[in-house]
Write a protein that binds this ligand. Structure first.
Ligand code: HEM
Ligand SMILES: [Ca+2]
Length: 811
């Protein structure tokens, strides 16, 4: 395609694609939900210019330190070892009871049949625990059952505050009795750190003091303590103890399907999901591994249900599901994370928190090894060739079980570092680009350093690609999401020159409120039709609902059309509205009438995790005490607030996902103040808490100034140019539409990372400066007692030095 046709297409698509799409696929944007008695949103989606500018809404005055993961309770429980031992005995009995129940369910055939492809089986195949996660989840079970028993004995009234304080106090109880100690020993993961200039596959030993920080299969952090109904693990309820509004009703009334195109491209959505898959993967429970790890089935309604079931009731009057007489949507609770102590439930992140390309390279050592070539042209990622002779991801290995491949027709889905890679074609497309980029770097490094062995080539190429991903994320993508002011305030901008500094007290671990609410904002950006632009400039498209787990077009050379579509089509605005392709049709196999509802899932997931109500985050982020509904009008349109008011009994019940999506955006940002607060804190920690962050200096593995200069030149535009099948022209910043300041240019004029500065031995003599092996071997516990370190953020330097004086005086 030549320059002018690309330009024409771009303009057309950004301004008109919504309209074209409507004409082409008339029913796509139709809102299937009558409004009933709820008023319409008067202002359209995502209007900007709320009352707040970034200056008047400050970011939180504090950062949560790791210690905030297990907030200290003021209650001292005075439990004797004997009492704890007794509770553990009963706790173990409860675990056996759960196993017997699992046996019964399996005997009765109540588990998801994975040999039949359905939306439910697809969701489970992709999001359930891996074998290791399953073992860890079940190791935590005895602690949870014991906590419940102790909690019942310790709390005499039903005051939710007292129950949750007591549950939190349980997490500090010393476990010294024999049964308790045995459970701890069985549960703990021991980590050995070896000095290395490279990251580990599982993210361990990034922080040498706390080697488990950011590692795969560890706990999420929390900004605020959980709000479980029973203080311990039961999903959140209304503050008056009644059920919360039905998530499917919220999905229908609040997250309606309305078409408001954004000013940025669909690539903002796609890269966002790619980043999400680098940092968060919340697995849902399955039956214990030695019960064969069956998928839990929660529907239809019946008396015998797995304890981790939390299905969504579908109302009789549901305008969509009632047509199919569906009244129950399968939802399985997230696996417990192995805290190996008593106290409230915490959830597990199955992948590495760091932006370390784990969706490309895997989050476990053995998984990673299997993805690259140790012999032949060593150091390269495994590939297979498409019909046009270009590299594609290798073939999925578990074709009979991946809910995607069609082994009977001899067509297979793809294998990548993340299990979700085949979810929809645009996501798979980015995986292919990054896979090719790794191999492209290997080729060049090999040319420069013919004597490097396969391992060195792999590791060094991986380091470069991760650095490029980090640079693109913080230079091109994140500023569009949280806006320029927050970027500056949090010192997240990629520097022009010089190094940044690692902070060993920043925990990069993913924050529960981030992954189960704030960072799911991306779901509102998704279009129902994904544009595809052919080499002759012709625009076509595919409907998302028809293409879940359908990446087969890549074998026939579909890649460029998908990429051109992503960078030419406008995304949907960030607003409360979510397309029905994600709501009624999520994961729907082609010949099935219905799929799942992601908006309802997000709400249910937040409750499953005990995420507190939205007003608590206004307090946390902005010190705003919310007492009446109208106060919300400074954050969101009044019509939206009224809608919430008609659905929720109490303002304190508002689900974070739904309310956050309804906020006015900050200037120059896609999201509003509360999501900016949460996403900002997370991305601050992902940068400053990553010892291998590409810009951090003064370490043995740091990039040299010359290398850093090369990394900083990269753009996503260049990666697309260099690794697509045959794209010759793109706009400079592919997250923005074409404009005078963002012109479409020939690929060859775009800067690339030149690898000249990588010629020679990999920098950094490990023997000189690194600790001797074993120095950092870490056997938890002991850990330092948890305490809050608030890291105050001050705007003016006068305030900063005043604060420093206070800190110095108090320490
Ligand atoms: C077509 C596009 C997308 C589809 C089909 C999709 C689908 C899903 C599904 C099925 C889940 C699991 C829900 C649950 O069981 O709780 C999920 C989780 C999530 N999604 Fe998306 N998503 C898409 C795009 C995005 C985008 C653009 C972003 C962010 C910019 C995003 C961020 C997340 C996050 C952070 C999670 C939680 C991850 C975890 O901890 O497991 N998604 N998504
Ligand atoms: Ca990662």
């Amino acid at each position: 395609m030549n320059l002018s046709s690309h330009r024409k297409i771009f303009k057309l698509s950004l301004t008109l694609i919504g309209v074209i799409a409507i004409n082409l696929f008339e029913s796509i944007y139709a809102d299937p939900f009558p409004l009933n008695n709820f008023d319409t949103i008067d202002s359209g989606g995502g209007e900007s210019g709320g009352h707040h500018t970034y200056d008047s809404i400050m970011l939180p005055k504090r950062f949560m330190s790791p210690s905030a993961v297990s907030p200290l309770s003021k209650i001292d429980l005075h439990l004797s070892d004997n009492e704890i031992e007794q509770a553990f005995t009963l706790g173990k009995d409860m675990v056996y009871r759960n196993w017997r129940l699992e046996d019964q369910l399996v005997r009765d055939g109540i588990f998801t049949n994975m040999s039949h492809i359905s939306a439910v089986s697809r969701h489970q195949a992709v999001t359930t625990t891996l074998p290791l996660g399953n073992i860890l989840d079940h190791n935590q079970e005895v602690f949870e059952e014991t906590s419940k028993i102790l909690l019942r004995n310790l709390t005499t009234n039903l005051d939710p505050y007292e129950t949750s304080e007591t549950a939190m106090a349980l997490s500090s109880v010393q476990l010294r009795s024999p049964l308790a100690k045995a459970a701890v020993d069985h549960c703990q993961q021991h980590i050995m750190c070896k000095p290395s200039r490279y990251r580990t596959s599982d993210g361990s030993c990034n922080n040498l003091q706390y080697p488990e920080w950011g590692k795969s299969f560890t706990c999420f952090q929390r900004l605020l303590p959980p709000a479980y109904a029973d203080g311990q693990s039961e999903p959140r309820k209304s503050i008056d103890g009644y059920p919360l509004p039905n998530p499917r009703v919220l999905s229908a009334v609040v997250h309606r399907d309305l078409n408001y195109p954004a000013t940025y491209t669909h690539m903002v959505m796609q890269f966002g999901q790619f980043v999400a898959h680098d940092i968060a993967f919340t697995p849902s429970s399955r039956t214990s591994s030695f019960k064969d790890g069956k998928m839990i089935q929660c529907c239809p309604w019946g008396s015998n249900r797995h304890p981790q079931c939390y299905p969504i009731p579908l109302p009789k009057e549901d305008p969509f599901y009632s047509k199919f007489e569906e009244d129950c949507m399968n939802f399985v609770r997230t696996a417990k994370c192995p805290q190996c102590k008593l106290g409230p439930r915490q959830q597990m992140n199955q992948i590495t928190a760091y932006i370390d390309g784990s969706m490309i390279y895997g989050s476990m050592e053995n998984e990673s090894r299997a993805l690259w070539t140790q012999t032949g042209p060593a150091g390269r990622m495994h590939v297979q060739m498409g019909a046009n002779g270009k590299e594609l991801l290798p073939q999925a290995l578990d074709a009979t079980n991946d809910q995607c491949s069609k082994p009977d027709q001899n067509i297979f889905c793809f294998k990548a570092g993340d299990k979700r890679a085949n979810q929809h074609p645009a996501l798979t497309g980015l995986h292919i680009i990054m896979l090719r980029q790794h191999n492209r770097i290997v080729n060049e490094l090999k040319y420069l350093n013919p004597y490097w062995d396969g391992e060195t080539l792999y590791q060094e190429a991986k380091r470069v690609l991760i650095a490029q991903l980090q640079a693109i994320t913080y230079k091109e993508w994140l500023p569009l999401i949280i806006g320029p002011d927050a970027m500056k305030y949090l010192k997240l901008n990629v520097q022009y020159k010089g190094y940044s500094k690692y902070d060993p007290y920043a925990n990069a671990g993913i924050i529960n409120e981030f992954s189960s609410a704030a960072f799911r904002f991306g779901h509102s950006l998704v279009n129902s039709v994904f544009a595809e632009i052919l080499p002759n400039g012709k625009t076509t498209g595919y409907r998302l609902r028809e293409f879940f787990f359908n990446p087969f077009g890549f074998y026939e050379g579909q890649l460029d059309a998908v990429l051109r579509g992503l960078i030419s089509q406008a995304a949907q605005n960030r607003d409360p509205f979510i397309t029905t392709d994600m709501k009624n049709h999520l994961y729907r196999p082609k010949d099935n009438p219905w799929g799942l509802d992601l908006a309802a899932f997000n709400i249910q997931r937040g409750r499953d995790h005990g995420i507190r109500g939205y007003p608590d985050y206004l307090k946390f982020c902005f010190d705003e005490k919310i007492e009446y509904w109208e106060q919300l009008d400074q954050y969101m349109p009044a019509s939206q607030r009224k809608k919430f008011q008609s659905l929720y009994k109490s303002i304190y019940d508002l689900d974070l996902f739904s309310a956050g999506l309804a906020e006015y955006p900050l200037p120059g940002a896609a999201v509003g103040p509360t999501f900016t607060c949460i996403i900002g804190i997370q991305f601050y920690n992902l940068k400053y808490g990553d010892r291998f962050w590409f810009e951090h200096g003064y370490q043995v593995h740091s990039f040299t100034p010359a290398q850093l200069h090369e990394i900083r030149k990269i753009t996503l535009a260049k990666l697309i140019c260099a690794n697509s099948d045959d794209i010759q022209y793109v706009q400079k910043n592919v997250f923005r539409g074409e404009s005078e300041s963002n012109p479409v240019v020939a690929c060859k004029t775009l800067d690339d990372t030149h690898l000249g500065p990588w010629k020679g031995a990999p920098a950094g003599d490990l023997n000189e400066k690194s600790p001797s092996p074993g120095q950092y071997n870490h056997h938890p516990p002991p850990r330092p007692p948890p305490k809050f370190h608030y890291k105050p953020m001050y705007k003016s330097s006068a305030a900063a030095s005043a604060a420093a004086a206070v800190v110095a005086a108090s320490s």
